[in-house]
Design a protein around this ligand. Structure first.
Ligand code: TRP
Length: 337
């Protein structure tokens, strides 16, 4: 009798488990139908490489871009957000975590995060959030036809215009020091373009590769001592510790040209920079297309290659830089933080 009871319970549990499993399979296949039961909601997994103001804004933009397209966190989708804090092994584990949470679409913010996700799955769509060099970093076969489960947003920093802006603001300068992280493919791609443009404009270019944020202070001192101005690409490790770089450049009274809107406020002197939040919005819209069933392999990568001219008036004054009138008219003038 006792045994029969136990067997009965086991059968009952087995039936329930099969039922739950069948139900989940069913709900995964009909994920596009709107529903209020949170276990049935489509899930977007966002993986961010590291914290810095730009990536934080991009991530916020992704959430708002999804919302603009009708996908609201907690209402008709679920958003799972993880941040690798700059640690590669965390990025790999977190990619697996997002997959095991049944993400229907994954978003990788910055190159290392997008790569970790792309390595972890070849079928769930991976949306690149502001990636500098999607082809060079091996994420897509081509921008027009990505070919696999990865598509998204390529932020092609307007490097040429940034160098031209430096020339307008510093007509006397002859040497430029470019500081970047040796480990960041996104930076290497930008530096290659910036170096070419600067050389074409007649500058002597000195490059300074750092291997970790611990080196920023000492390398900046050295670079500031050897150049008329500094140029910083969209580099995650530097963006994460930008205040340190600015401090050293300020001590030496050397202007820092940056590649991002918010880094001008943080102490850079000027940029033709891309609005980071807006890039997040665009990324969110692409994620929405994927939720609606678009094929990433056939969805061209969106390329943003323009930026706004932004000048830090306070910093320019401190450094004795006169802003020409034509620039004053077209640029957005900001005060430092
Ligand atoms: N484009 C960078 C990458 O591919 C990520 C990034 C976006 C970034 N915006 C930034 C890095 C601003 C530094 C500053 O990884």
């Amino acid at each position: 009798m006792k045994n029969k009871g136990i067997i009965g319970s086991i059968i009952a549990i087995a039936v329930i488990l099969i039922g739950v499993f069948a139900y989940q399979m069913g709900s995964r296949q009909t994920t596009s139908s709107a529903t209020t039961d949170s276990s049935e909601l489509q899930t977007v997994g966002i993986l961010q490489f590291i914290s810095h103001p730009s990536l934080d804004q991009i991530k916020d933009g992704v959430v708002d871009g999804l919302k603009d397209a009708g996908y609201v966190d907690g209402e008709n989708i679920k958003i799972e957000y993880l941040n690798g804090q700059g640690d590669q092994s965390k990025l790999d584990t977190m990619s697996q975590q997002l997959i095991s949470k049944n993400s229907d679409v994954l978003v990788g913010v910055a190159t290392p995060a997008a790569k970790a996700l792309a390595n972890a799955t070849s079928d769930i769509p991976v949306v690149m959030g502001a990636i500098s060099d999607p082809v060079g970093s091996g994420l897509v076969k081509s921008l027009e036809e990505p070919g696999n489960n990865v598509t998204g947003l390529n932020n092609l920093s307007p490097v040429n215009q940034q160098i031209e802006l430096a020339k307008e603001l510093l007509p006397e300068a002859k040497t430029v020091g470019m500081i970047y992280s040796s480990s960041e493919e996104n930076s290497l791609a930008q530096i290659a373009r910036a170096e070419k443009k600067a050389a074409d404009e007649g500058y002597t270019v000195n490059k300074y590769a750092i291997s970790s944020s611990n080196e920023i202070s000492q390398i900046t001192q050295q670079a500031a001592g050897e150049n008329d101005f500094l140029y910083i690409p969209q580099d995650n490790i530097i963006a994460n510790a930008f205040d340190t770089l600015v401090q050293e450049a300020d001590k030496a009274k050397i202007p820092v040209f940056v590649s991002v809107d918010n880094m001008v406020k943080q102490g850079g002197v000027a940029t033709v920079g891309q609005n980071q939040y807006q890039m997040g919005i665009e990324t969110g819209k692409i994620a929405a297309e994927m939720l609606a069933g678009a094929d990433p392999a056939k969805t061209p990568v969106t390329v943003i290659d323009t930026g706004d001219t932004i000048i830090n008036e306070t910093k320019a004054a401190e450094l004795g830089i006169t802003i020409p009138d034509n620039l004053k008219n077209k640029a957005e003038l900001v005060e430092g933080d």
